[in-house]
Design a protein around this ligand. Sequence first.
Ligand code: ATP
Ligand code: MG
Length: 414
Amino acid sequence: MYIMRLSKSFIKTLRDAPKDETARSAGYLIRAGYIYKEMAGVYDYLPLGLKVIENIKAIIRDEINKIGGQEVLMSALQNPELWQKTDRWDDQKVDIWFKTELSAGGELGLAPTHEEPITNLVKTYVKSYKDLPLAVYQFQTKFRNELRAKSGIMRTREFIMKDLYSFHTSEEDLDRYYHEVEGAYARIYDRLGLGDDTYETFASGGVFSKYSHEYQTFIPVGEDTVYYNADRSKVLNEEVLQDDVLADLGVKREELESTRAAEVGNIFKLKFKYSEPLGLKISSKNNEMQNVYMGCYGIGVSRVMGVIAEKFCDDKGLVWPASIAPFKCYLIAIGDEGTKLAEQIYAAHENDIIFDDRAARPGEKFADADLMGIPYRVVISDKTLSENAIEVTNRKTGESKLVPASELEKLLTD
Ligand code: ATP
Ligand code: MG
C-alpha cells in the first residue's frame, strides 16, 4: 500500500527551485517534491512523481493492450553488432549515443531506442505468415546524449518511453494497424487531459512512406514550431512545410498559422528499414521467403508528464488532471474534532489521500496543497464541523464549498 502521511514522508516542499530551470512547471515539480534534479538533463522520480508516471503508464498500457500489444521489458544495454547491421552504431550517423567499454573487452551502447533489438528478438519466434500480425511494446528507459537538455523533464538525457513495434505480412496490414494506433493515441491523449491541444501532425516519412506523424501538444514552452489551418484539420511540422506537401494536403501557406508545440509521441511506417538488414523474414502462404513490414510508435512518458505539468499549472503551482493526479484529495485537519474525523477518513481511504498531518500552520498547508496540485483540497475543521460540514476546494477552479462528510465519501469512492 502506498501511504502519503506528510509527517512521515521524507519529502519536504522546497522554497526555491534551481535557478537554471526555465520552464515554470519544472520549478514546481522540484519544489513540490515530484522530481529531484541530479544534474542537467538527469532527474529522479520521487514518490509523488513516480505515482504520476505510473498513472500515465496505466492509461497507455490499457489502450495499447486493447489494440493487441503484448508487453515486454527489454534490456537497455545494446550489442553493437545489431546496430552495425543497420548502420546506426557509427557516431557520425547517430550522434546521441552513450557508449561504454566492457571490462572483458569490446563496447556496449545504452539504448536510445529499440528497433534493432526488438527486430532481432522477434526473429526467434516469427517464422511464418501465420505468426503475424504481431505488436510488441514496452515502457523502458532510453538514453540520449542530447546536446542541450532543457525544459525540465521535457528533454532529458535519460527518459521513459513507451515504444510499440508492429510486424506484418503486407503493406495493407501495416496500414490497417497504423490506423488502429492512431485511434489508440487519440484516446490516450484524451484520457491524459491533453486531447484538446494535441494534434496529429504531418512529419517527414523518410524513404518508406510519404509522411510519418507526430503528436504535437500546442504549448508555448514547446521546442517545435508547427503550422495549422483555421479548423486545425491539417497540422504540419517544419520539415514538411514545402510547396509539394502543401499542395498534396490541399492547404495554402498564407492561410497557415504557426505556434510552438511539444512532440509527445510519434508513429512511423518503417516497412523493411530494419527487418531487411537484420534478416527478419517469414515464409509466405506460397511458401516463399518474404520480408516483414514494420511500424514503430513512441510516446514520451516522462515528457508527457512535463507537458501536462506545464499545460495546467498556474501561479500557485501544479494542477493535475484527475486521471493522472497522484492522489485525489489533500486532507487538512484543524482542531481536535477535525483531527479525529480526518484520521478516520484517512484510515478508510489511504490510497486516495495525501494527509497533511504535519505540525504546521494551516496557511503553509494550503500553500503546499496548491503547489502539489491535488484535484481536491479537503479541510476538516472544528468550526465547520459544528455545522456538520467540511470544506472541499477544487484546485482547478478554486471553487470552495461546504458539504456534509458523506459527500466526501462519495467523492473518494467514485
Ligand atoms: P525529438 O524530436 O523531440 O528529439 P524524437 O523525434 O527523437 O524526439 P523519438 O525517437 O521518436 O523522438 O521518441 C519518441 C518520443 O519520445 C518522442 O515523441 C518524445 O515524446 C520522447 N522523447 C524523445 N526524446 C526525448 C528526450 N530527450 N527527453 C524526453 N522525451 C523524449
Ligand atoms: Mg522528433
